[in-house]
Design a protein around this ligand. Structure first.
Ligand code: ADP
Length: 386
């Protein structure tokens, strides 16, 4: 009998688990919010992930429950665990990916490096922090943010007046996270995977570039990286996986500061955009590794297959981009490119797919990946740094 993995959420991450599940003979079942979701290539149950009974009914038919997103409420997760269902990552780990204030407090306890921060429930607390930080800070809603929604650079409490109303605060956990605005050289991501029995495997550190708060490009491994930066990132990734008892894939988004420090930005406990390069650029992709890890199977090699892999997201485009002339042109122009399409409808700026290119020459690889994404209609390629 094959192992059955139940995935809550049916976005592109669940979708990209399907080919590796097929390869390993694992049965995948997806709990989707609606029938048209990206992953509805696997057996799909449609339901509400905040409804404990519906999630429980789904979970009883699988060997292990895992996630495409981190929005399943703690009350639902702990109920599943109380019923003896294997939830990976577990509720006690996942809360640090669900709530940025809880994450900041735990990272502080662990003594790991991060921006200075405070929990602010009113304008006075925001102003006090600003006064101590040259009048500039980054405000975040602790819960429910993604792709830069829920992140603002602020110079006054008035910039977050709408987030400080009682009603708005009640939705995000009662306070805002206010952080020091970091002068970063670049953003990095350290990905690891951990099995319940303890084995950990780490991919090489990668560099990511965001446009308007959304990941646009990833270079693997991160070029021109000091040994100390690489070692620190790996230490952070492994420490968090172990101390937070993460099972499955963990991505730690990091800042490399202009003075060479490595600071933790945020955590994702699932396959992550910064790891899409591994589908074509590493011996074991993050999707395969996540399935292995949540099933407590031996982990695969994280060795890169080539000197460099560049992943470029397709953000926006037109409804015709994927399966019309644009796809033909992109495939013809760049036979070395691997195109991954999410089967989503078009919306300006929306992540609808990505492109991976691997090779020996960083500039050629990057140009090929960017050109392919541009031919597929990506709207932000022109805004990436040279
Ligand atoms: P999300 O959960 O929406 O991905 P993040 O916390 O990762 O939000 O923030 C999105 C982006 O905003 C980051 O990738 C980074 O470019 C920028 N950012 C976030 N926090 C800071 C900070 N403290 N200083 C400077 N830039 C930041």
């Amino acid at each position: 009998m094959s192992d059955v993995v139940g995935v809550i959420g049916a976005g592109q991450l669940a979708r990209m688990l399907t080919p590796v599940a097929i390869n390993l003979g694992i049965e995948l079942r997806v709990f989707a919010e609606n029938a048209g979701a990206s992953a509805s290539l696997a057996t799909t149950v449609v339901g509400d992930y905040t409804d404990a009974q519906q999630v429980l009914d789904f979970a009883r038919g699988v060997d292990v429950v895992t996630f495409d997103h981190e929005h399943v409420p703690q009350s639902v997760l702990t109920l599943l665990e109380a019923e003896g269902i294997a939830v990976r990552p577990g509720s006690a780990a996942l809360r640090f990916a669900q709530d940025k204030l809880e994450m900041r407090a735990r990272v502080a306890e662990l003594g790991l490096p991060q921006p200075q921060w405070v929990a602010a429930a009113d304008a006075a607390a925001v102003e006090t922090f600003l006064a101590a930080h040259d009048g500039r800070a980054v405000a975040k809603t602790p819960r429910g943010g993604y792709d830069g929604h829920g992140v603002r650079v602020i110079t006054s409490a008035a910039d977050v007046a709408d987030w400080l109303t009682d009603e708005a605060l009640a939705h995000v956990g009662g306070a805002l996270l206010i952080e020091e605005a970091i002068e970063f050289r670049r953003e990095l991501s350290q990905q690891v995977a951990r099995r319940p029995s303890g084995e950990i495997a780490a991919w090489p550190l990668v560099a990511s570039e965001q446009v308007d708060g959304v990941c646009a490009e990833v270079v693997a491994p991160a070029p021109d990286t000091a040994d100390a930066v690489r070692d620190e990132a790996l230490h952070i990734g492994v420490t968090l996986a172990e101390r937070l008892d993460v099972t499955g894939a963990l991505a730690v988004e990091l800042f490399e500061t202009t003075d060479g420090r490595v600071l933790i930005n945020e955590l994702a406990m699932r396959p992550h955009n910064s790891g899409h390069w591994s589908q074509d650029g590493a011996v074991t992709s993050q999707f395969e590794q996540h399935l292995r890890a949540v099933l407590d199977l031996p982990l695969g090699s994280t060795q890169p297959r080539d000197a460099v892999t560049v992943m470029v997201n397709v953000l926006g485009g037109t409804p015709e981009s994927a399966h019309g002339q644009a796809l033909r042109e992109a495939l013809a122009a760049h036979p070395e490119a691997k195109v991954h399409w999410y089967g989503k409808s078009y919306r300006p700026g929306r992540k609808v797919g990505h492109v991976n290119v691997s090779g020996a020459h960083p500039d050629e690889v990057r140009d090929a990946a960017r050109e392919t994404a541009a031919l597929l209609g990506s709207e932000v390629v022109d805004r990436l740094a040279r």
